[in-house]
Design a protein around this ligand. Sequence first.
Ligand code: IDP
Ligand code: MG
Length: 134
Amino acid sequence: MNQRTFIMIKPDAVVRGLIAPIVARFEACSLKIERMELGNVTREQAEASYAEHEGKPFYTGLVAYITSGPVVKMVLSGPEAVTVCRKLMGATNPRDAAPGTIRGDFGLTLDANIIHGSDSPESATREIAIFFGE
Ligand code: IDP
Ligand code: MG
């Protein structure tokens, strides 16, 4: 089934000059780039998108980190795009992420783990609304 998903290249990856190699991973899998924008995440967007983590010990740091510098926001589409992108990204903790995945190859730490991707079609719809106003 054709799906849309929301992907964000996080501040650590932008600072390290990893935008192009990360985007190349998605293009290599024939995912279509529908939207792509470099910019900053507002505090309101960060809190809305990470609402499920509110109250957890890492929540404050997570919001501070994601608003700390430019990110690349993207809407990608393709067959099973949500699942395909999560597989390309790898496990949340880069230490557990398999070699060949984006987090496995580029990630260093759990809090700065290179990339965000929607975890379900419903999350994708919600996140695209938050970040692109669609
Ligand atoms: P996901 O990004 O793979 O969907 P989530 O569990 O939704 O993982 O967590 C959102 C983000 O919060 C992660 O990508 C990571 O940056 C951060 N995070 C998750 N768990 C921890 C933790 O235990 N300590 C610090 N940061 C965490
Ligand atoms: Mg998540």
